[in-house]
Every structure is written in structure tokens, then in C-alpha cells.
Design a protein around this ligand. Structure first.
Ligand code: MN
Length: 206
């Protein structure tokens, strides 16, 4: 039987985000960490065929469909799969600059300015103790919020739609930045794919 979930290919080469994110970090992050989440997710759901035709987003949005015995494994590894799949798409070699489209307008309106937004987002990223993610999420009332989650927990589990996410696990930055998470956050803005953020927001609010 083929695998239910598969590791997506990166939409660019491992060195495409240099110098902001180094090639070695990208390669280990994608081919070891993300691949590990995918294989453990497949193992967790192998016997639960009722989940095999669901997307990982559908499962995380309603985790009560997952049998208790494998629920935490699906939250951890399914979250890891969903979060990383999105993360790769949210970066590009030609990224950076200012937010565009509806996302750009909503960030300006709801956070006062892009600089103010970046400041709040960084504060949230540095405030996350241990491993986790920092997010910009949209809710059904079209309100944007900055939040963070522990481990690989997805905002989808709280019915929030992630449109931007930053991996703040040490594996995402340790080789280049060691303990300096703030330097990683600062440089990451240079690779953010705002076109993709805008696309995700349009889809979330459609
Ligand atoms: Mn990661």
C-alpha cells in the first residue's frame, strides 16, 4: 500500500533562501524533520482507514475524529506535517518587502502599521518558551491575530486559519544562529512570500 501522506517537494532548492536561511538547515529540516513527521503520521493512522481519505487540515480541524489511542501522535506528527508544508510555501528566494493584497491592507488596518505588526510578531516569537510556532491567524469575523502554539499544535485545532507561520523550534535556526532566536526572526522577514500569505487569506475568508 502506498503512503497516505507524502513529503512535499520544496518549491525551491535547499540553498535558495541563503543567506537568510542556510542550505544545511533547510536540507535537514525538510528531509529529516519534516520527513520524520510524515512517516510517523502514516504509522499512526495506518490501521485507521476511515482517516485515509481526509486531508491533514480536515483532521486537525476536527481531531475528535481520531481514535484516542493515536490522537496525540496525530496532533504531533500531523501538525508537524501541516505546519511544515505551509512553512515552505510561505518563503521564497524573491520574498521579503511589504505585505501585498488584502493581507497587506488588513495588516495595516488592524495592527496600525507593518512595522508595528512585525514588532508584535517578534515579541510573540521570543515569548514562546521552548519549541513551537508563531502565527498570524484569521478568524471567521475577519479579524487577524498574532498567536503562538507549543510543539506542533496547529491553529486549526482552535478553528483559527493560519495565514503566516514561523517555526521557532531550535532545529529551524540553531546551525546558523545558535541560541539567537531574535536574529533568526529578524532575517526571516527577508524571505517571507507575501503573495502566498495574501492567497491563504483570500482562501481562508472565501
Ligand atoms: Mn520545524
Amino acid at each position: 500500500m502506498s503512503d497516505v501522506f507524502n513529503l512535499p517537494e520544496l518549491p525551491y532548492s535547499y540553498n535558495a533562501l541563503e543567506p537568510h536561511i542556510d542550505a544545511q538547515t533547510m536540507e535537514i529540516h525538510h528531509s529529516k524533520h519534516h520527513a520524520g513527521y510524515v512517516s510517523k503520521l502514516n504509522a499512526a493512522i495506518a490501521e485507521h482507514t476511515e482517516l485515509h481519505d481526509k486531508t491533514i487540515e480536515e483532521i486537525l480541524t476536527d481531531v475528535s475524529m481520531v481514535p484516542e489511542t493515536v490522537m496525540q501522535a496525530v496532533i504531533n506528527n500531523g501538525g508537524g506535517h501541516a505546519n511544515h508544508s505551509m512553512f515552505w510555501e510561505l518563503m521564497s528566494a524573491g520574498g521579503g518587502g511589504n505585505p501585498v493584497g488584502r493581507a497587506g491592507n488588513m495588516i495595516e488596518t488592524q495592527f496600525g502599521s507593518f512595522d508595528g505588526f512585525k514588532e508584535d510578531f517578534k515579541k510573540e516569537a521570543l515569548g514562546r518558551f521552548g519549541s513551537g510556532w508563531t502565527w498570524l491567524v484569521a478568524d471567521e469575523s475577519e479579524k487577524l491575530s498574532i498567536m503562538s502554539t507549543a510543539n506542533q499544535d496547529s491553529p486549526l485545532m482552535q478553528s483559527l486559519m493560519p495565514i503566516l507561520g514561523l517555526d521557532v523550534w531550535e532545529h529551524a535556526y540553531y546551525l546558523k544562529h545558535q541560541n539567537k532566536r531574535d536574529a533568526y526572526v529578524d532575517t526571516w522577514w527577508n524571505v517571507v512570500n507575501w503573495e502566498k500569505v495574501s492567497e491563504l487569506l483570500d482562501a481562508a475568508l472565501a
